[in-house]
Design a protein around this ligand. Structure first.
Ligand code: S3P
Length: 165
């Protein structure tokens, strides 16, 4: 089973995913790192040289490969931008949506040069992007977790829900 973490940039997918994987004794995969490793360029470089469209194509291929793994998979915040990814994720049993207040998300990602969709954007631009994406996270989510809390609390809640499967 692939346990997939989705949510906006800065929601804590990588941090919580690593801890969850440790507890479940499963491998942890970060989809962005997977893409970077295969491509040999950073996300920012791919955006800069080939554009977001190319990054989204690489993301579809990477998701296809990773969804067959028995692992905890942290996706990038824009994974739900591509209809093919939404389709694949809908077929996956456990998609956990990590979510927190937009103000908090903004403060975590603002001017992060490694995040081209956040770097140089105003609060209103980020909020608009978040608002556009919320319904898509919701559409594929098995559960929503308030990730404004500490990692341990989030992981405990996820473990409780997994136990009831
Ligand atoms: C993106 C989020 C990033 C990364 C890329 C695009 C987005 O992942 O995939 O920079 O469009 O929201 P994180 O959510 O891990 O920052």
């Amino acid at each position: 089973m692939t346990i997939v973490l989705v949510g906006f940039m800065g929601a804590g997918k990588t941090t919580i995913g690593k801890r969850l994987a440790q507890i479940l004794d499963k491998p942890f995969i970060d989809l962005d790192s997977y893409i970077v490793e295969k491509d040999g360029r950073s996300i920012a470089e791919i955006f800069k040289t080939e554009g977001q469209e190319k990054f989204r194509q690489l993301e579809v291929c990477a998701l296809k490969e990773c969804l067959s793994q028995d692992a905890v998979l942290a996706t990038g915040g824009g994974v739900i931008e591509t209809p093919e990814n939404i389709h694949m994720l809908k077929m996956n049993q456990v998609n956990i949506w990590l979510d927190t207040d937009i103000q908090e998300l903004y403060s975590r990602i603002t001017d992060d040069e490694s995040r081209p969709n956040a770097n140089g954007r105003t609060f209103l631009q980020i909020k608009e992007l978040y608002n556009r994406r919320v319904s898509r996270y919701n559409e594929i989510a098995f559960m929503q977790v308030d990730s404004s809390r500490c990692v341990d609390d989030c992981v405990r809640e996820i473990m409780d829900s997994l136990a009831s499967l």
